[in-house]
Ligand binder design. Structure first.
Ligand code: G3I
Length: 315
């Protein structure tokens, strides 16, 4: 029994976690991550990003990411692979290179061909493009080397390149603040239509789910949002769920309720195939001064754990 076992019993593909090399180096924490009853899926926190994998042009560095994939395979856990093209964590040789449109397209295609090729058959899904939208749903441009040099066409170009390198992988667009209906969620739906209009494949929408305790609200708004993506013919997943509560004054019961709300929403929509949390223990979280996860900083289960089990239902 566990978080993943209950998700599978509810008809989902996985419940998973983000993991990283430094968490794997903590044997007690890693024992939790290796329990495939709780986690059926991993996402690498930083190890598969552009700067990690192609630190200098044409030189690929796979060892740290391979270590995560190897642990997943040893425990029968699948990989969501993250992330091919993003404006952040791009190496300076790309951002400072002042490449023209055609050269940057060839750099993008070469990166995708190499990386997706290296992991061919090992990634259930790829986050092909990450965070390409502004909050109002327009395409990010000035602060993205890809958007400002190539324009929004970099998005379908990336999806085509990923499909050529691994025709079996589910190809996702992934973003934050698209979790509920609103301008950015509508923008993501338009992005999916745009990729299809270019004749490129897109199979999934990743809702990151970086949420705040007490501001989650009711399941119904998440259900209708999930359904809006499903209506476009793509699957949907919560890809980076965490629910912040301040370490100075945490509210773990409200947090547990909020985790259950998201699980319940996913459970209600067939196209929602799984949930990944952005880490599992408050000992290791990207959010400073917060306790957003399911195990506390002493690696003990919090109220959220049983709330998630109950929200999935019996095993
Ligand atoms: O690797 C360098 C190291 O060489 C250097 O000495 C050190 C000093 O600052 O920085 C290290 O890089 C850090 C990197 O994580 C690896 O640890 C960066 O500073 C730090 O900014 C980076 O943060 C990551 C962040 O993405 C970057 O935007 C977080 O760990 C990671 O959890 C976070 O994950 C993102 C998802 O990929 C996309 N969605 C949002 C999510 C949360 O921000």
């Amino acid at each position: 029994d566990g978080l993943h076992a209950r998700a599978v019993a509810a008809g989902k593909k996985y419940f998973g976690t983000e993991i990283s090399g430094y968490v794997m180096n903590d044997a007690s924490a890693n024992n939790i991550a290796k329990n495939s009853q709780d986690f059926g899926q991993y996402t690498a926190e930083n190890e598969m990003k552009f700067d990690a994998l192609e630190p200098s042009r044409g030189t690929f560095s796979y060892a740290n990411a391979d270590r995560i994939v190897a642990q997943a395979q040893a425990n029968g856990q699948i990989m969501r692979c993250h992330a091919l093209i993003w404006h952040s964590q791009v190496p300076s040789w790309v951002t400072n290179g002042r490449f023209d449109n055609a050269t940057l397209i060839s750099i993008l295609k070469n990166h995708i061909a190499n990386v997706v090729g290296h992991y061919k058959g090992k990634c259930y899904a790829w986050d092909v493009v990450n965070e390409a939208l502004n909050e109002d749903g327009t395409y990010r441009s000035s602060d993205s080397v890809w958007g400002r040099t190539i324009g929004p066409a970099f998005i379908p170009i990336a999806f085509k390149a990923a499909a050529e390198a691994d025709p079996q992988a589910k190809l996702y667009y992934n973003d934050y603040n698209c979790d509920k209906p609103g301008a950015k969620s509508t923008g993501a739906q338009n992005l999916i239509r745009m990729v299809k209009a270019y004749g490129a494949p897109i199979h999934g929408m990743g809702l990151q789910g970086h949420l705040t305790t007490g501001q989650v609200g009711s399941a119904s708004q998440y259900v209708s949002n999930l359904q809006a993506f499903a209506n476009l013919g793509v699957e949907v997943a919560f890809t980076e769920l965490d629910i912040a509560t301040p370490s100075s004054n945490p509210n773990f019961n409200q947090q547990a309720t909020d985790y259950a709300t998201i699980v319940s929403a996913c459970k209600q929509v067939a196209a929602c195939i799984g949930i990944t949390t952005w880490g599992f223990t408050d000992k290791y979280t990207w959010i400073s001064n917060s306790y957003p996860l399911i195990w506390d900083r002493n690696l003990q289960k919090k109220a959220a754990y049983n709330a998630i089990l109950n929200a999935w239902g019996s095993s």
